[in-house]
Design a protein around this ligand. Structure first.
Ligand SMILES: NC(=O)c1ccc[n+]([C@@H]2O[C@H](COP(=O)([O-])OP(=O)(O)OC[C@H]3O[C@@H](n4cnc5c(N)ncnc54)[C@H](OP(=O)(O)O)[C@@H]3O)[C@@H](O)[C@H]2O)c1
Length: 326
């Protein structure tokens, strides 16, 4: 009897040009998949292409250059993916960069919020039709699932009152936990959500922008204490072949995380989703990447269907089936 080989998939990796994202790109190319890698550096894109070609997989890799701290660039990336890939089996979210000082994007949003959280929100909702065209879609969000440090300050999502690199990183990490909860509770597609905290991993991309001595200390620590990329990514690479049945799963360094933790609070998840939609509309305008809703933005809040925001329901896409039990 021949062993059945799993059907080849289409995998999109946000932040796929470096670190763990790059590792996942190469592993899925080796498995025979078609991969779309998103990143902001053309040079890293060229390097990735050369590595894929050396593997004999150059024709199965597409690099889409996009600065994903921009809402408009997320829209362009989704349009590009949609034009080439009618179905997306997996979206892996890895893009992040530490900002030593508070930076504001051209659209007026704080950089860490925009890149580390908002891009993930936009891609997770924006590719809903492509997920629903795949048999067992999954979104793998690589961040810091289940940590107790940091909090989402709904009154200061843009870190205007207080900024530090760590505070902004932690807030975005907790926001990704809430994003997982909200995608599971009010799904815009059939995609299962898997949150991963890899633990300290030997990557360099994230510290390129740090100043000394922090950069030197982290580099040294990485050499002695961090795990290799291959070890960190193994469970993320594997889950693409067999997504969990549950709508939401969280894993912290190999251990399942209790979804009753405050960091996954459903009410706060709803509030953050609402606030996120408001920020997108206020800073960019209505976007096809936003989950569909019956409500209209009136400049201050959403109204239109008579429901309070906390009871608002999303309108499913025409291709969708009942969620999330199917
Ligand atoms: N490494 C660790 O120890 C560790 C520990 C816990 C959690 N994590 C989390 O795991 C994830 C992956 O971390 P990593 O260390 O593998 O990351 P990394 O090596 O720093 O790579 C980050 C990726 O994000 C991309 N990126 C950065 N800015 C971008 C932008 N403006 N637009 C588009 N892409 C952008 C980079 O590509 P370009 O340079 O081409 O833009 C790169 O591909 C992150 O969310 C991180 O927070 C990491």
């Amino acid at each position: 009897m021949h062993e059945q080989t799993p059907p080849k998939k289409t995998v999109v990796v946000q932040g796929g040009t470096d670190g763990m994202g790059r590792g996942i790109v190469m592993a899925r190319l080796e498995a025979g998949d078609t991969v779309v890698a998103l990143g902001s550096s053309a040079e890293k894109g060229r390097r990735l292409h050369a590595e894929a070609a050396a593997l004999g997989a150059g024709d199965r890799l597409r690099f889409v250059r996009a600065d994903l701290s921009s809402i408009a660039e997320n829209e362009r990336a989704v349009a590009d993916i949609r034009a080439q890939s009618p179905a997306v089996d997996a979206l892996v979210l890895c893009a992040n960069r530490q900002a030593p000082r508070r930076e504001v994007t051209a659209e007026g949003l704080e950089f860490t919020f925009a890149l580390y959280y908002l891009s993930r929100y936009l891609l997770s909702h924006g590719l809903r039709a492509e997920f629903d065209a795949a048999p067992a879609p999954v979104i793998v969000n690589v961040a810091a699932a289940g940590l107790k440090v940091g909090r989402v300050n709904l009154a200061d999502l843009q870190s205007e009152a207080k900024y530090s690199t760590i505070r902004a990183q932690m807030q975005a990490g907790r926001a990704n936990d809430l994003l997982g909860r909200s995608l599971a509770d009010e799904p815009s597609s059939r995609a299962r959500i898997v949150l991963h905290h890899p633990g300290f991993t030997r990557t360099l991309g994230g510290i390129g922008h740090l100043r000394q001595p922090a950069k030197g200390i982290i580099t040294l620590l990485g050499k002695v204490a961090a795990k290799p990329v291959e070890t960190a990514i193994a469970p993320m690479v594997e889950v693409i072949d067999g997504p969990p049945a549950e709508p939401l799963t969280a894993i912290d360094r190999g251990r399942p995380v209790d979804l009753a933790m405050a960091t996954f609070d459903p009410a706060r998840a709803r509030e953050l989703a609402e606030a996120t939609r408001g920020l997108v509309v206020a800073h960019h305008g209505e976007s096809p990447l936003l989950p569909q809703t019956n409500e209209k933005w009136n400049g201050k809040g959403f109204s239109g269907n008579g429901e309070t925001p906390s009871r608002r329901t999303t309108t499913r896409t025409p291709t969708s089936r009942p969620y999330p039990a199917d």
